[in-house]
Design a binder for this molecule. Structure first.
Ligand SMILES: Nc1ncnc2c1ncn2[C@@H]1O[C@H](COP(=O)(O)OP(=O)(O)OP(=O)(O)O)[C@@H](O)[C@H]1O
Length: 282
């Protein structure tokens, strides 16, 4: 965790609405409509790690996908460094590059037929100015070293690596484009707890060494505790609480946050300081 930066906003999300329309079950029934994101406004400050938490289905990934330009909101705006972020294919190259994502499952997000080196070089084919052609061998070794991998893994395929190593490759691929904002969607959720801790440590170190701002999506409060400067809590598409991490864990203000904390403590077998609240809610 970095010292909580109180700096300017790098990312400004305002009044974001996303509705998904599902298929009709029959000609007589209306299509199902899901309000995935409902009026969310949120700032991510330069240099901080903001964790976006909430139960499954609360809308966290949809917010992340809007930031990446993969989902088009029905309403609202997203600005990066003061510039409006549209759909990914309409973004100028420098904005596409500046906002990168690390997904949950590197097993499916890394092409199994490509070597690690080819996966990373592919990013530079799209954005050649980041690593001029003559320098790519050194740049590849440097980015792999940055994420704690031996440059020799460039020759190997993702399937020959462990889950933790694969996630390091995903981080290297994002880092290769020198982003300022890294969106991590459940980036450590598929990993064993000990490997999780190593990847979180890596992200914390990279944030400091590469001057990154991180939007970290997770349902896991134990992870939040390790990495977040501030925490935003979503419930049923709405933002219900936003607080510095220390404050949220010691004195959550929203009953839903209290319930989430109580449930997390229960799962870990630790006495739940907020269990009473949870019982009152049920
Ligand atoms: N492409 C889609 N089409 C239809 N509904 C969707 C789509 N993507 C998400 N949803 C619905 O929107 C709601 C929010 O989903 P979202 O994935 O953003 O939540 P989440 O908090 O990230 O949950 P999880 O951690 O399970 O991914 C859910 O009800 C989900 O089923």
């Amino acid at each position: 965790m970095t010292t909580a930066p109180g700096g300017a906003s790098l990312l400004e999300i305002r009044d974001l609405d996303v509705t998904f329309t599902g298929p009709r079950r029959s000609l007589r029934t209306p299509p199902t409509v899901v309000r995935a994101v409902d009026g969310v406004s949120l700032d991510v400050r330069a240099g901080e790690t903001l964790a976006l938490v909430g139960e499954s289905g609360s809308g966290k990934s949809t917010v992340a996908r809007c930031v990446l330009g993969l989902v088009r909101p029905q309403a609202g705006t997203i600005r990066y460094d003061g510039r409006e972020l549209g759909p990914v294919d309409k973004r100028p190259p420098e904005l596409q590059r500046a906002v990168q994502m690390v997904f949950q499952d590197p097993g499916s997000s890394l092409n199994p037929r490509m070597s690690v080196g080819a996966i990373i070089r592919e990013a530079w084919q799209v954005h050649p100015a980041v690593a001029p052609a003559g320098d790519r061998r050194e740049a590849l070794a440097a980015v792999l070293t940055d994420v704690g991998l031996d440059p020799g893994v460039a020759e190997r395929r993702p399937s020959a690596l462990s889950g933790g190593q694969r996630q390091r490759v995903s981080i290297a691929r994002a880092l290769a484009l020198r982003p300022r904002l890294l969106v991590c969607d459940e980036a450590v959720s598929a990993l064993d707890v000990s490997v999780q801790a190593q990847i979180l440590r890596l992200l914390i170190d990279l944030q400091a060494s590469h001057d990154l701002t991180v939007l970290f999506i997770t349902h896991d409060l134990a992870v939040v505790r390790q990495i977040a400067d501030r925490v935003a809590v979503m419930r049923k598409g709405e933002l219900v609480e936003l607080a510095p991490a220390g404050e949220l864990f010691t004195s959550p203000s929203h009953p839903y946050t209290k319930g989430l904390l109580a449930a997390a403590y229960d799962l870990e077998g630790v006495e739940a300081p907020f269990r009473e609240t949870q019982e009152q809610m049920s």
